[in-house]
Design a binder for this molecule. Structure first.
Ligand code: 4NP
Length: 158
């Protein structure tokens, strides 16, 4: 962990499905745990900038008690690599793109979202965009498992 206060960014391709789900799940878990952190999400692509999360993502979050309807998609910026201590990518393509965009030196540590979950290191959160409600439910389960693990990790910090 960086010596200063952790700040967490979740990144996927469009910032309308997986990363807003991760942002919503983690914000809910962090708030419940009394953690006060900078939390955000962004996409490597710009196709959906300014749009709210996909209605199917909003629906699965809402079914789990989390309202992500006010989020708006944005693209990753160069200053994200200094504003955030940890950037978690949904899949390997997102991680590769982040490594390419990252200035040198960068404050942020880069990893996959599922690297946070015991036994799932190296796995991707599958892109649900061309899938159905079951795929969105799987994405939620993945990012919420990561959110729980990240809260537990941050609570162990001095
Ligand atoms: P996300 O899902 O990266 O989880 O937000 C996608 C959203 C849009 C597209 C692909 C994936 N797209 O091709 O427009």
């Amino acid at each position: 962990m960086a010596a200063d206060r952790p700040a967490i960014l979740f990144v996927c391709l469009g910032n309308i499905c997986r990363s807003p789900l991760a942002e919503g799940a983690f914000r809910a878990r962090a708030t419940a745990a009394g953690l006060d952190l900078r939390i955000d999400s962004a996409g490597t692509g710009d196709w959906h900038v300014g749009r709210p999360p996909d209605p199917r993502a909003q629906a699965i979050a809402k079914a789990n008690g989390v309202d992500i309807g006010a989020l708006r998609a944005r693209q990753v910026h160069a200053d994200d690599f200094t504003r955030f201590s940890h950037i978690f990518a949904a899949d390997h393509t997102n991680l590769r793109d982040l490594r390419r965009l990252s200035p040198d030196p960068s404050r942020a540590e880069l990893a996959l979202v599922l690297d946070l979950v015991a036994g799932r290191q190296g796995e991707a959160v599958a892109d649900p965009y061309y899938g159905d409600a079951a795929d969105f439910a799987r994405s939620w389960a993945d990012v919420d498992a990561a959110a729980q693990a990240l809260v537990a990790r941050l609570q162990r910090l001095p």
